[in-house]
Design a protein around this ligand. Structure first.
Ligand SMILES: NC(=O)c1ccc(N[C@@H]2CC[C@@H](O)C2)nc1
Length: 254
């Protein structure tokens, strides 16, 4: 999968290109992340990419032209990579608090794209004419304002890359993540067997895989009910999960 990020701070993206699963996916050629700096598309000696806002007010606004040229270049790079560069296969995505809130369903949908061009703003934002002309969809990672779109862009790329079939090594581990089956994750334990006088729950030491699976599901149900009643309301159990729920002691229905 191809990602182009348009940002005046390309060095920030070492955070996902140089570490962990996302770095491995890049090194194995399963993912390409190209950083495109709008400053490289300016015509003046000062490499201006921002200007004072029309109508007055504080701060600066990012100018349309350098971003337009950067997006055009990103599209031709995506095409060279093999992407069809329409909105259905390789959308231009603007990260902003005005966007559609990112959730696991949206992540799964984005993991089907051939590529994505992620537009990262700074200052007070980007000239509206660039957004209306070039942006296919806006995404928000939450109802809060950040100094730039780079961290949201990395959140989007991280969550999408880990859902790519060719990247999910042990598919099970991704399946058991919070939200993937609509429930929060269960607790996890590893060595040592006793920590701070607390032993690991016996069932996990039993080697009885069916009991372990049931215990983990029960933990997910209890946690989801306690911490995210909204998720519990929306939860649609599989046939197997519905059977297990029926057998759960009443207190689990608290
Ligand atoms: N919640 C979010 O996903 C989010 C995205 C971007 C952002 N800030 C940038 C800086 C200027 C403008 O481009 C928007 N803040 C919050």
């Amino acid at each position: 999968m191809y990602f182009a990020v348009i940002s005046i701070f390309p060095e920030m993206f070492t955070a996902i290109r140089d570490f962990g699963i996302t770095a491995r996916a890049c090194n194995e050629g399963k993912v390409t992340i190209e950083c495109i700096n709008p400053r490289d598309y300016t015509a003046d000696n000062y490499r201006r990419i921002d200007e004072r806002p029309y109508g007055g007010g504080p701060g600066m606004v990012m100018m349309a032209e350098p971003l337009a040229k950067a997006i055009d270049d990103a599209r031709s790079r995506a095409q060279a990579y093999g992407c069809r560069i329409d909105a259905a296969h390789c959308p231009v995505v603007y990260l902003s608090p005005q966007g559609r809130q990112l959730d696991e369903g949206g992540v799964l949908a984005m993991s089907k794209y051939e590529g994505m061009i992620l537009l990262c703003g700074r200052y007070e934002g980007i000239d509206e004419r660039l957004l209306s002309q070039y942006v296919d969809t806006e995404i928000s990672i939450g109802d809060y304002v950040l100094t730039g779109g780079e961290l949201p862009a990395m959140v989007v790329m991280d969550s999408v890359i880990r859902r790519l079939p060719e990247v999910m090594g042990d598919a099970q581990s991704a399946e058991q993540d919070s939200f993937v089956d609509g429930l929060l994750d269960c607790p996890h334990y590893t060595k040592p067997h006793v920590f701070a006088d607390m032993p690991v729950p016996e069932v996990l030491m039993s080697g009885h895989h069916a009991n372990i699976a049931k215990w983990r599901f029960t933990q997910q149900v209890q946690r989801t009910k306690a911490r995210r009643p909204d998720l519990w309301q929306a939860f649609r159990p599989s046939a197997e999960q519905a059977a297990w729920l029926k057998k759960m002691p009443k207190d689990n229905d608290a």
